[in-house]
Design a protein around this ligand. Sequence first.
Ligand code: XMP
Length: 511
Amino acid sequence: MEKELILIIDFGGQYNQLIARRVREQNVYCEVVPYTISIEKIKEKNPKGIIFTGGPSSIYTEDAPKCTEDIFNLNIPILGICYGMQYMAYTLGGQVKRADKREYGQMSVNLDLNSKLFNGLDDKNICLMSHTDYVDSVPQGFMKIANTDTCKIAAMQNEEKGFYGVQFHPEVNHTEKGNIIIRNFVIGICKCSGSWKMDAYAKTTIENLKQKLGDKKAVCALSGGVDSSVAAVLLSKAIGKNLTCIFVDHGLLRKNEVEEVEDIFTNKFDVNFVKVDAKERFLNKLKNVTSPEQKRKIIGEEFIRVFEEEGKKIGSVDYLVQGTIYPDVIESGLGKSSVIKSHHNVGGLPDYVDFKEIVEPLRNLFKDEVRNLGRELGLPDYLVNRQPFPGPGLAIRIIGDITEEKLEILKDADYIFREEVSKNNMEKELSQYFAVLTDTRSVGVMGDERTYDYLIALRAVVTDDFMTAKFAKISYEILEKISQRIVNEVNHVNRIVYDVTSKPPATIEWE
Ligand code: XMP
């Protein structure tokens, strides 16, 4: 079958990978490429459609990103989004102007339902607008197909050529039914069949990894979580025994986790598996450290050092494999957005890393896509559905300094919480749930005795992408049971609270 590709030309917008995800949701394969791509390369790739992303620039600034103008002569449909639409209008002879102030927010957009792009929508649709420049007149051969009260050309088309532009962002959730617009473009206009599946993604990725790594050796930073496990299996399918999975027990893992991970990767998968007992080493480095960012940096750095040491034992190792996924990349501020937390597997890396290269095969995928991929690769459901667990582990769930005593308390409390969630069959409906050991102690009474003990917070959230999340509405009865059990079964805990904040404004983890 002919390979169907949608090429996404990256003009630097913050939602580019989200556009890619939306295209994949239509079961169509896509690639994000820089706007500097040559016309020869585009021809070689032979896409069925092209999407221009948004971007922060104005078309009139000197270094405004512009791709090859020959792209308009390929006879391939193009959808320009935001800056992408302005670039299309400007290049093809329309007028782009600069407004006095930026238009930002959800707006009601009037749509021309005769356009194929808006097939199946209502004539008014709430869309996210975010722009300063705007298209003031469309190029010859184009017509306007949408407007708002303040933006007279909110979308345009040249149906004959298959060129479309939208000033709003169909890829974000803040645009209602944006997925239908993407579908209309890739399936309706570009005539993709929508038959691509994650198994094809797995095959292509494994093939690419095979070519890139050849017979070189790689080590994989395995945490036992979904992301690193999927990355490990991808790599093991690409380079077999040239991959060694290194599992660092930093002493900050949940109760029983070390044993579970060891069991899966020694008994169920045929990989080189090395477990490193590094608990003391990590706890020593973390002694008296209270700052969340410092904890992350220390753990990130120590991880890399352990890997390097283990790597040297294996011989010459060129590649370090990590299970970084797309939300880690944006939240760590490697895109243009500001740093929220430096996730240890991205921004927390020390400057000096003794590997030729870091390989991150999941870097462009969202969590639910990684789970699908894991299933395609034959990973068992219980592993694929595992809730995420942060690289720095329980260190960022103990507020303040970390001691062995606090770790034991938190592990036991967290275990009870997980056990009750499982007993009540709530694992599927909760995206993430865990206990936090706060730095607060409060007065209580047990029997006839006054106590002055720790406060445990329970956190449970529901989310698709972990970039926003709602606190989970667990019933009072279940919370009561969990609270009673923790206070009765775990020493030095006398009070439990439930976190009722969503993200934003809170984050999922407390540190
Ligand atoms: P936040 O707390 O930023 O978490 O709302 C979003 C998701 O990311 C996980 N998380 C991390 N994962 N290294 C990781 O691998 C980290 O440093 C890290 N910090 C947060 C968190 O558990 C949630 O799933």
